[in-house]
Design a protein around this ligand. Structure first.
Ligand code: NAP
Length: 529
């Protein structure tokens, strides 16, 4: 059994930064990673068109000012290979690889009360122990394979966007089915259509979507950013979204109808999540939301030639932005191509997968390849798929059976010295996730340092403090329109998963202040031995 001060699981943005901070403290830390290289979500999600829809200039670490100056992001939104290259550069520059063990999947973690240590067992048959365990396993890392009868009977190729092959997959001359129309599908469908002989998209729910307006990086914008990076980074740490675009300055319902249209046109012109940020009432006031929804539907009707297809592509079953907003490049125009077809699963559901394709209630669709763009067991999947056992035999799966419970999304009562980066109850996926990760990692780092300085043995949330935080997270979400959508934020995409809005919608700035206060107060709400 190998003993460490800390074990970190995962080498995405979170795991790499955590290891760097633990190195700086002089702790003996190791990172376990199931992939064969660093990158986390950017290592696995290699599907055609994979790209970040947070702007490149804000989707990077804030603690590497030299790299900020040296690095050039080629486009407004970065493609997956560029982000993966960035993370590899960081891993090399900070000399992190020496403490990363690749191809190592964590299967179980058990807290031993006698020694106050975690024993972590891997699928490779090893057990490692440490005083601190940090789960940097990501919010979107366990692929969702829907239970469709006959899935294993299909004779052709089956791909999942979140487990894409490392070599290019050539769709040329193939008849292709894509199941799903979330962010991933919306990025990959136009790219797959460029190669496929025919492409049939199986849509259960249309999603709200804004134009990405991706473009090559404007050298002036880049130079301006590089000149002011430190100030912009410092400001972004205190905004709601962790990003630098203007936010919450406009009350849509306070404007005249003409002004509303002009501002929405400007938003669509700017593209990306800028569309959401200027408003302070779109996610709380159904009337404001209906105006944006109507505007967005009109844009789809202008872009899609067949009116019946355009109607199917308009999201109507949930308010604008209450499922993760998608950002598109040529998505809607793709349906104007003769070889691209849309199947509405609401009227003709999938009945089975057969040897030759997909059977809906209306007919059989024969295809060579099925692409599952069906998302993830989000927020909790990566944690509950590991058998985590805390004090008194309490299993995390059981603790969360009725819904997630955690203090600040970073620690759980019953699980001493276990930390989760961007866990449920933190801003995580509601904002630019890199600043969210940095905030959590820095808080965990400070907490571990504090423990070490005092010679403390364990820290864990008190039940009362955890309950109060969960209540606050719920109240904050219930004041918005978010709970109205059957989203993965709500756990609604996985059959049987408890329905609860998991992330914290209070924004990064206030969350950071609250977390810092708790640390300043000597970790109030936490029990320390
Ligand atoms: P997703 O948003 O969960 O979408 C999954 C799609 O699969 C939905 O359209 C869903 O339909 C459909 N689906 C699931 N099970 C199905 C079934 N049994 N039958 C038919 N359809 C089914 O997943 P995603 O597109 O992979 O995106 C997940 C998240 O990853 C995003 O929301 C985003 O946060 C992140 N992401 C980010 C980027 C980026 O930054 N550029 C890109 C991609 C993904 P229903 O809606 O009806 O359930």
């Amino acid at each position: 059994m190998t003993q460490h001060d800390a074990i970190v699981v995962g080498t995405g943005f979170a795991g790499l930064y955590m290891l760097h901070r633990l190195h700086a403290q002089g702790l003996n830390a190791i990172v376990l990673e199931q992939g064969s290289d660093v990158g986390g979500t950017w290592y696995w999600n290699r599907y055609p068109g994979a790209r970040c829809d947070n702007e490149s200039l804000g989707y990077s670490y804030s603690f590497l000012p030299d790299l900020d100056q040296e690095w050039s992001w080629p486009e407004r939104y970065s493609e997956q290979p560029v982000i993966l290259r960035y993370l590899n550069t960081v891993a090399d520059r900070l000399d992190l690889r020496r403490d990363i063990r690749f191809d190592t999947r964590v299967e179980a973690a058990r807290f031993d009360e006698q020694s106050s240590t975690w024993a972590v067992s891997t699928a490779q048959g090893e057990t490692l122990t440490a005083r601190y365990l940090v789960m940097a396993t990501g919010c979107l890392s366990v692929p969702n394979w829907p239970e469709i009868p006959g899935r294993d009977d299909f004779d052709g190729d089956v791909l999942h966007t979140a487990l894409w092959p490392h070599e290019d997959y050539d769709f040329t001359g193939k008849t292709v089915a894509v199941i799903g129309t979330g962010s991933t599908a919306i990025q990959s469908i136009p790219k797959i259509a460029e190669q496929a002989r025919t492409l049939t998209v199986f849509q259960r729910t249309a999603n709200h979507c804004v134009p990405a307006q991706n473009m090559p990086m404007d050298p002036e914008v880049e130079a301006e950013r590089k000149a002011h990076y430190p100030e912009i980074r410092a400001k972004s740490r205190l905004t709601r979204s962790g990003d630098f675009v203007p936010q919450g300055e406009v009350t849509l319902m306070a404007l005249s109808s003409d002004k509303q249209q002009r501002i929405l046109e400007d938003c669509w012109q700017q593209g990306g999540f800028y569309t959401q940020y200027p408003f302070n009432d779109v996610l709380t006031d159904p009337n404001a939301n209906a105006i944006v929804t109507a505007f967005s539907h009109d844009q789809i009707r202008k872009r899609v030639k067949d009116p019946a297809v355009a109607e199917l592509l308009c999201a109507k079953d949930h308010p604008f932005g209450t499922k993760r907003l998608c950002a598109d490049t040529n998505y809607f125009e793709t349906y104007n191509l003769d070889h691209v077809h849309l199947v509405n699963l609401k009227s003709t559901p999938i009945k089975a997968i057969t040897a030759s394709g997909i059977r809906t209630s209306a007919r059989d669709h024969e295809v060579d390849v099925i692409v599952f763009a069906t998302g993830f067991d989000a927020m909790t999947g990566a944690l509950t798929s590991i058998d985590i056992e805390g004090r008194d035999g309490l299993r995390l799966r059981d603790k969360w059976a009725e819904g997630t419970r955690a203090l600040l999304g970073v620690a759980m009562n019953g699980f001493p010295n276990l930390f989760t980066v961007t866990g449920p109850g933190s801003p995580s996926v509601m904002i630019n996730v890199v600043p969210a990760i940095e905030q959590h990692v820095e808080w965990i780092d400070r907490c571990i340092d504090w423990m070490e300085q005092r010679g403390a043995q364990t820290i864990e949330p008190e039940a009362r403090a955890e309950d109060a935080w969960v209540e606050h997270v719920n109240e904050t979400a219930n004041a918005t329109l978010f709970p109205q959508a059957n989203s993965w934020y709500m756990g609604a995409n996985i059959p049987g998963k408890p329905r609860m809005f998991m992330p914290y919608v209070g924004g990064l700035g206030d969350f950071r202040r609250r977390c810092d206060e708790i640390a300043d107060e000597g970790y109030s709400g936490f029990a320390v031995t």
